[in-house]
Design a protein around this ligand. Structure first.
Ligand code: F6R
Ligand code: MG
Ligand code: MG
Length: 368
């Protein structure tokens, strides 16, 4: 049976600033998705949040980029904005809804979206990851470790189904172009690109032996769509695990190191990506640190069995402690790079007005 998994998210209002999604937003979203399940549009769904981002995980048989599914998500974001965020004056009510009317596909309208369609295997473990206060390129490091680094993923060496490697589809979010690179042969070319996560973003990963889809991320930049600051595009990721794909534990292994990502306060700082359980899926210190939640499901005829709250485990306590230490270390740099992002990556900046104000006071520098 061919199943589509769609994960669509938006920030449509935060509680106490940009900390967390209001439970009433989730409640109403659940009600609407339940109705869509009753009409048969959806097979199943799961609603959750990370930080101020409302997450709609849906399964169905309509394929990717389906107008009915995208409209369902769009209408829910609009309705919860009107019925909950605005009356309660939640912070940034409807902030990710950049267009007035739905035009067939939610991509390019503000919300983030990751979708994959596949033939459900005899047993189909699905892992979904959602992060807040960072950008889609934050997955680059994780995806490389999971699908191309044998020091992370033992199966690349010892599982015959994975031994020939994976193909990475990388999007240049500035030029709106993409390129497919094959690992392990083109690993260095791949790293040359995705080491710049603000520009080159891994969109999909395919298994080389049979072309099966293994992973898909949301890869947009709201600021580039809107042409003005509307927040970082807090990203989502779907990964198929086991039996010829990386094991659940190999996928999670990549999250044990809280690598540095762009985002955090005002979308303008570098900080560690901290894996947290759902109960800690809120952004506090300096509006962060950037957080990721991971949920595991077993699909059965498109129904979602689960979730397992994957980071709700002592095995990730050391990672969280390390993230806290790194957060503290980075914070001590205050307004200095590399804690503060470079000028081209900052979402907020006063630099042009400061330069304008000081223009007349700049004098030729003495020869060094
Ligand atoms: C980062 C983020 C927050 C805000 C910050 C300032 O993605 O959403 O860190 O940038 O709280 O928000 P405003 O300018 O709305 O007061
Ligand atoms: Mg927000
Ligand atoms: Mg957010």
């Amino acid at each position: 049976m061919r199943i589509t998994v769609s994960l669509i998210k938006a920030d449509v209002g935060g509680l106490a600033g940009h900390v967390v999604v209001h439970p009433k937003l989730e409640e109403l979203a659940r009600k609407r998705l339940e109705e869509a399940r009753e009409t048969g549009l959806l097979i199943d769904f799961y609603v959750y949040h990370v930080g101020d981002d409302l997450q709609l995980l849906m399964t169905h048989t309509k394929g990717e980029n389906n107008a009915e599914i995208h409209k369902l998500a769009w209408d829910i974001f609009v309705e919860v904005t009107e019925k909950v965020s605005k009356p309660l004056k939640l912070y940034g009510a409807g902030q990710d809804l950049l267009k007035d009317t739905f035009s067939g596909n939610i991509k390019g309208m503000g919300p983030g979206c990751a979708e994959m369609e596949f033939e459900e295997r005899r047993s189909e473990p699905i892992l979904v990851f959602s992060a807040d206060k960072t950008e889609p390129g934050a997955w680059n490091y994780k995806l490389y470790r999971i699908f191309a680094d044998p020091f992370n993923t033992a199966g690349l060496i010892i599982d015959p189904a994975m031994h020939s490697g994976f193909i990475f589809e990388v999007v240049d979010v500035y030029e709106h172009k993409s390129v497919k690179l094959s690992t392990p042969e083109e690993s260095y070319d791949l790293l040359a690109l995705i080491g710049t996560p603000g520009r080159y973003v891994v969109k999909r990963v395919y298994r080389k032996s049979d072309g099966e889809i293994a992973a898909v991320s949301s890869a947009t930049r709201l600021s580039l769509i809107a042409g003005r600051y509307v927040g970082k595009d807090d990203p989502v990721l779907i990964i198929r695990a086991q039996h010829g794909f990386p094991a659940t534990g190999e996928v999670l292994e990549a999250f044990a190191f809280p690598h540095l990502v762009a985002g955090w306060m005002r979308g303008s700082h570098t900080g560690p990506l901290m894996p947290v359980p759902l109960r800690y899926a809120q952004c506090t210190r300096f509006d962060g640190p950037p957080r990721v939640v991971g949920l595991g499901f077993q699909l059965h005829d498109g129904r979602l069995e689960g979730p397992v709250d994957l980071f709700d485990d002592p095995a990730f306590e050391m990672t969280r402690r390390m993230a806290e230490e790194v957060a503290d270390y980075m914070r001590r740099h205050g307004p200095f790079m590399p804690h503060r992002l470079g000028p081209e990556e900052m979402e907020y900046t006063t630099l042009p007005s400061v330069l304008e104000k000081l223009k007349a006071r700049f004098v030729p520098a003495e020869a060094e």
